[in-house]
Design a protein around this ligand. Structure first.
Ligand SMILES: Cc1cc2nc3c(=O)[nH]c(=O)nc-3n(C[C@H](O)[C@H](O)[C@H](O)COP(=O)(O)OP(=O)(O)OC[C@H]3O[C@@H](n4cnc5c(N)ncnc54)[C@H](O)[C@@H]3O)c2cc1C
Ligand code: SF4
Length: 332
C-alpha cells in the first residue's frame, strides 16, 4: 500500500478543510470497509485520508415538517434500529437489514454506503485499466457481465450502483446535504447519482473531490404504503442481484401516484416511470402489481450474460408492491 498522511478530523469544518488538499489526492474515510479494501487491492492510492467518523453527525433528528435528518456518520445498524425510521420509512429499514452481515452493518456508515465504489470485478482488479480507472475501454460487454446492468446500458460503463440504501432514499424523495470548505447545499437524492458519460465516468455521483455528504434529509412520508424486495444469490454476505423499493401515495385503496425505484440493475438507482404510470389511478391488488412489474422491465437491455436478471427485477417490483399491499410474499 502506498504511504499516506492521516487526518483525524474532529468536526465538519476540520474535515472539509483537510479534504481541500493541494498536495495530492485526499479521501474521506468512514467505516473503511470499501476504501481500505480498494487501497489494499491497489485500486485507490490516496495521499491523505481524512477520518470523518468523529467529525460528522451520528444522530437522527426530527425536522420541523415531520421528516427526519440523518447524520452521514451514523452506522447502518443504528439506522436499522431507530424507532422513528421504523415507523416512518419501513423500506429504509428493510434495505438496511439486508446489507452484508451484522459485522458489516456494525462498521459501515450511511455516508460510506451511499458513496461506496462499484463492485465490477474489472474495476476491483488492478490489472484491468478500464474507463473508470482512466483507461480507454470497458471490459464488461465482451466479458463476464453476469452481475452488470440491464438498464441504461449505453455505456461507457455498465456497472450497477452498489448502494442498497440509495434506492429507498430516492424512492422516499430524500435530499442529501453536501458540505465543502466553500459552503453547503442540498441535492435531491435522485440527482445525486450520475449516469456514466466519457466526461464523468470515473465518478458515480455529483460530489466534488473536496465535498462531503453530511446528512440525508427525508421528507414526511404522507399517506403512503411502501414495500422493498431484494433477491440475492445467497442469503447474506453479498450484494443483491436485483431489488426494488416502491412508495405508493394512497387514496383509500386507490394508488394516487407511485415511485418505483430498482437497485442493482443500472449505474444509478433506476426509477421506472413506466411502472409508476401503470400504478397511478389503479386499485392496489395483484393484477395491478403484475401489470406494473411487466411495465418495469419493458425498457430492459441486458448484456449477453445477464438476461436472467430481467425476470428477477420483474419479481422484485411485483413483490415490493404486494408487500406494500400488506400481502405475505415469499423470500427467495
Ligand atoms: C461482504 C460484503 C457484503 C456487502 N453487502 C452490501 C449490500 O448488500 N448492500 C450494500 O449497500 N452494501 C453492501 N456492502 C458494502 C458495505 O455496506 C459498504 O462497504 C459500507 O457501507 C461502506 O461503508 P464504510 O463506512 O465502511 O465506507 P468507507 O469504506 O469508509 O467509504 C466508502 C467510500 O465512500 C467515501 N465516503 C465515506 N464517507 C463519505 C461521506 N460522508 N461523504 C462522501 N464520501 C464518503 C469514501 O471516501 C470511500 O470512497 C457489503 C460489503 C461487504 C464487505
Ligand atoms: S463496467 Fe465500468 S467499472 Fe466495469 S470494466 Fe466497464 S468501465 Fe470498468
Amino acid at each position: 500500500m502506498k504511504a499516506f498522511a492521516y487526518v483525524d478530523a474532529r468536526n465538519e469544518k476540520e474535515a472539509v478543510a483537510a479534504l481541500k488538499f493541494a498536495g495530492g489526492v485526499a479521501m474521506p474515510l468512514a467505516g473503511g470497509q470499501d476504501l481500505l479494501a480498494r487501497m489494499k487491492d491497489y485500486v485507490a492510492a490516496p495521499d491523505r485520508l481524512v477520518n470523518v467518523k468523529g467529525a460528522l453527525d451520528t444522530t437522527i433528528v426530527a425536522t420541523p415538517d415531520g421528516g427526519l435528518k440523518i447524520g452521514a456518520a451514523m452506522k447502518i445498524v443504528d439506522l436499522m434500529e431507530n424507532a422513528q425510521v421504523q415507523r416512518l420509512y419501513p423500506a429504509v429499514i428493510a434495505a438496511s437489514g439486508e446489507i452484508g452481515t451484522p459485522q458489516i452493518r456494525n462498521q459501515g456508515t450511511i455516508g460510506g454506503n451511499i458513496n461506496q465504489r462499484p463492485r465490477c470485478w474489472y474495476f476491483r482488479n488492478e490489472e484491468f485499466v478500464c474507463y473508470k480507472k482512466g483507461g480507454n475501454r470497458c471490459f464488461s460487454p465482451a466479458g463476464e457481465n453476469q452481475f452488470h446492468a440491464i438498464f441504461g446500458n449505453n455505456g461507457p460503463s455498465h456497472i450497477v450502483h452498489p448502494s442498497s440504501l440509495a434506492v429507498p432514499f430516492v424512492a422516499y424523495g430524500a435530499k442529501f446535504r453536501v458540505a465543502s470548505a466553500s459552503g453547503e447545499h442540498e441535492v435531491p437524492a435522485a440527482d445525486y447519482f450520475t449516469m456514466p458519460t466519457l466526461r464523468n465516468v470515473q465518478k458515480e455521483n455529483v460530489l466534488g473531490d473536496d465535498e462531503l455528504l453530511t446528512h440525508v434529509i427525508l421528507p414526511p412520508p404522507g399517506n403512503v404504503k411502501s414495500g422493498h424486495y431484494e433477491v440475492r444469490y445467497k442469503a447474506s454476505h453479498d450484494w443483491p442481484l436485483a431489488f426494488a423499493t416502491v412508495v405508493l401515495a394512497m387514496n383509500g385503496n386507490t394508488i394516487q401516484s407511485a415511485r418505483v425505484v430498482l437497485g442493482a440493475v443500472a449505474p444509478v438507482p433506476w426509477r421506472s416511470e413506466d411502472a409508476e404510470r401503470a400504478l397511478a389511478g389503479k386499485p392496489l391488488n395483484e393484477q395491478t402489481a403484475t401489470e406494473a412489474a411487466d411495465a418495469a422491465i419493458r425498457a430492459a437491455q441486458p448484456l449477453n450474460r445477464n438476461g436472467y436478471k430481467v425476470q428477477i427485477a420483474r419479481t422484485s417490483v411485483k413483490r415490493a408492491i404486494l408487500q406494500a399491499a400488506g400481502q405475505p410474499v415469499e423470500r427467495i
